[in-house]
Design a binder for this molecule. Sequence first.
Ligand code: SAH
Length: 455
Amino acid sequence: MKTKAPVSKNERLDVTIADLTYQGMGVAKVDDFPLFIENALPGEEITIQVTKVQSHYGFARAISWQTESADRVKDVDKTYRQTGIAPLQHLAYPAQLAFKQHQIKELFSKAHQDVDVAETLGMANPTQYRNKAQVPVRMIKGQLETGFYRQHSHELIPLTDFYIQDPAIDDAIVKVRDLLRQFEIPAYNEISDKGVIRNIMVRRGYYSHEMMIVLISRQQKLPSQDQLVDQIHKALPEVTSIVLNVNAKKTNVIMGNVTRTLYGKPTIEDTLMGLTFAISARSFYQVNPQQTEKLYQMAIDKAGLTGTETVIDAYCGIGTISLALAKHAKQVYGVDIVPEAIEDAKVNAQKNHLTNVDFFVDKAEDQMIQWQASGIKPDVVVVDPPRKGLAETLIASTAKMGPKKVVYVSCNPATLVRDVARFQELGYEIDGPIQPVDQFPQTPHVESVTVLVKK
Ligand code: SAH
């Protein structure tokens, strides 16, 4: 049944913002009908104009403010909101941290669970933290530009300062852009499916300062490839790796399956928790190294290892958590779906002289079933899944193996709530407060560590 919305498109009205969504939009209710408004904070009284009405909710634009929130940061650059780079930059940092803590609490309470959530661990300087950039490339008025897409579109907004990225990475993007211009290498055009460069990815070791440049191209070979590569590492002395990734498909997926090293090594190295890690172009690596160390330290402390335990690290990536835990455990098993990540993980175990770790390429949900079938009895299972959370089969096979503890590192509280409920049905309960760690300041992303223990 369609109820009639109490507002219509283009209507102007005065509202008070009641809440902030998990995407960071303000919410105002008109006769219980929610309107979502960008750049609006709880408590603010705003004149809005309705921009879109759907059957159960609508969107509006803020026109003018009668009162502003005490937590509002003034004079922000609106490009970072338009591009979605920093959708929360207009909210003062302490309020961002409180918002993230509240998000977790709220989502559990909607699922009728009263949980204890600790204060979010934040950063002293919550900008310029990202160690990786992945930027689209476009021709605009005949000139190659780098920047970021306007939200919900593929319109490129040229940018040189990315605000939340390591400034050395911002600088590298500009230098690579200028060289692509100089050698007249055109950007890829999604509509005509012609042109060459689709994206530029840059990763820089936080401690090592080693830099990797990945050029994502529609073609197997770039025009003037040798000169370009030569000029890039001359312009950027930190560069120890230049990689070509070929993606010839008409797709939104950024990277293709072919990667070739054009200069230096296929990986860069960085350190984390005193361990050395090699990271290749296609492997996942946490983007905020300062906060990652806090997050992992928390996971390690909560695992409570004494040196005698068997540990499983599902979704292990390049083995960061696995190796950090291996120092305190008898045996660690890691699994990840990306073959390059597992190759990196094996190299990383050797680099750090850790021999009590075994890595496997597979879907975590399938590997767990195999481990369970082969009689492995882990004391601790660590999971660090992508946003979609855990497969039901993974939770079932974990519970069958019966570890004393499950340490759940989550980047999405919505799937965390769902998965915790499943663990509870299988005899586990939450132990201690859930600990949010701010991995993505200025954005609404919420990362947290939860410990589940067997009853
Ligand atoms: N713990 C690692 C990686 C976490 S990110 C770290 O902190 O660095 C999530 C990882 O899950 C990625 O490495 C991704 O490749 C992997 N992944 C995604 N889906 C998977 C699946 N179904 N099975 C196993 N690994 C998966």
